[in-house]
Design a protein around this ligand. Sequence first.
Ligand code: A3P
Length: 303
Amino acid sequence: MTQETGKPCGEFLEARDKSGNTITVFQYGEDTIPAMKGLLDIMNPQQHMPQLREMEARDDDIVVCAPVKAGTHWVWEILTMLTRGTTEYATGPKEDTMLEFRSVDKLNALTSPRVLNTHLRLSNLPKQLIEKKCKLIFVVRNPKDTVVSMYNHMSAKGSAFAYKGSFDEFISMFMSEVVPHNQWTRYMTGWEHDLAFNSDIPRHIIYYEDLKQNPFHEIKKLASYLNVTCTDAFVDDMVEKCSFVNLKEGKTNRPDNKRWQFMYRKGEVGDWKTWFTVAQNEVFDEYLTKEMEHSKFNFKYTI
Ligand code: A3P
């Protein structure tokens, strides 16, 4: 915070695993944003975050709020299909509508209805999104599949994170104070608190595992929340187009979207069982029990 204004001004920190592998992050108020070279070249977060807070919202904006690796790309694609009334894939990537990584000018240039998306906390979202009661969709995924997905994302070829540590070292960073892109338990409990204490914010909570298990039903619920009328045949077609294999192929065969291929890795529930050792699982369970003690989220580790 600055003493004069009381507003967060932000600072650069190092997220560090137990072997000393580091990732540079930008801490701004309640949020931690990755800030490695490559991402920082896109934008200066010190300038961007205050501008974002003042950004003009539109009545028909909808916002996907999700912790990293919860299935944001998947839900975003479904929402763009529902709001545009077509089962064609959106031509651009989800990243083009991401609040923390796109300039306000670029966000302003998007055509309505906008499906915005973010990993930020409520306190850093554009104020008008809340004032105008724009619809919010919050995505939940079990933390074990999430940490596996994060590790693979951050160490993938083509990922700006270029993380070099092992899975074990990554878990140690996940459970530490400073992490790339928001500390997961704090993010989840923080949002849970914010939603409970802001009951007038329109919200729909969707679980990755439910969407995987029964996509037709979950898409119908999303349509109803958005007041979109669609036939069963349309929803059937969406289910087909948004299956893991079809979405990966359909989105990343375009030259401008190829670089995002690593975002679509395996798309399963329970892959964590092939990654965690018994010992890691015990430590992780103990950590979650303590950190999520008061949470009402009902995580599903298998379907
Ligand atoms: P995995 O790494 O476990 O495969 P996000 O979009 O928030 O970055 O989340 C990415 C995760 O969602 C990845 O998980 C990715 O494979 C998965 N995903 C993307 N599209 C999907 C789909 N159509 N069905 C199921 N999972 C999907």
